[in-house]
Design a binder for this molecule. Structure first.
Ligand code: ZN
Ligand code: ZN
Length: 175
């Protein structure tokens, strides 16, 4: 949703509070897509001071669904977003252009609330998604989920770390 910040700047030293819906149902990150499972509204607090700076405080709760990196079971990822940003419209020319270039959620005098939430999710998204810390993953031979029990396959040949160790071992024997 686009919110005009020029209106905010016209009521200096006033706080503008509002709640806006989050407009996307899928979160795209690099090549992956994660469906939004639950989302609150985005509560926004906009404060403008005499120096043409607008302070943006925003909160939202979002739950994404993502597959576990090891076993592919679907995991719920809750995010409690707390966003604090400041946009300075008092700068001129190049400075202004550079600052606004970095802030993709600002275009002209408009605040793109979905973009604001999206950028915050990008930062908050975990490097690794695990259903639980000790997830055993899936068997590379039969595809069984090893969290529900050992399938009995011989996986040593498939493990690249083991292969490396065997290589070293064999080279050592030949010397
Ligand atoms: Zn898992
Ligand atoms: Zn197996």
């Amino acid at each position: 949703m686009l919110i005009s910040l020029s209106e905010v700047m016209n009521c200096r030293d006033q706080e503008i509070k509002m709640s806006v819906p989050i407009g996307f149902d899928v979160f795209h990150q690099s090549k992956a897509e994660y469906p939004v499972y639950e989302k609150s509204e985005l509560s926004l607090l906009l404060i403008s001071d005499a120096a043409k700076k607008v302070r943006i405080s925003a909160q939202a709760k979002i739950v994404l669904k993502a597959p576990c990196d090891r076993c592919l079971e679907e995991v719920e990822l809750p995010f409690d977003l707390c966003i604090e940003q400041e946009v300075d419209f008092s700068r001129t020319g190049q400075e202004q252009a550079e600052e606004l270039d970095e802030k993709a959620y600002i275009s002209g005098f408009d605040l793109d609330t979905d973009q604001l939430v999206f950028e915050e999710l990008l930062v908050a998204f975990p490097a690794k998604v695990l259903c639980f810390e000790d997830c055993k993953g899936i068997c590379g031979v039969c595809g069984a989920n090893l969290n529900s029990g050992e399938c009995g396959c011989d996986r040593t040949a498939l493990d690249p770390r083991m292969t490396a160790i065997w290589d070293i071992f064999n080279n050592f024997k030949e010397v």
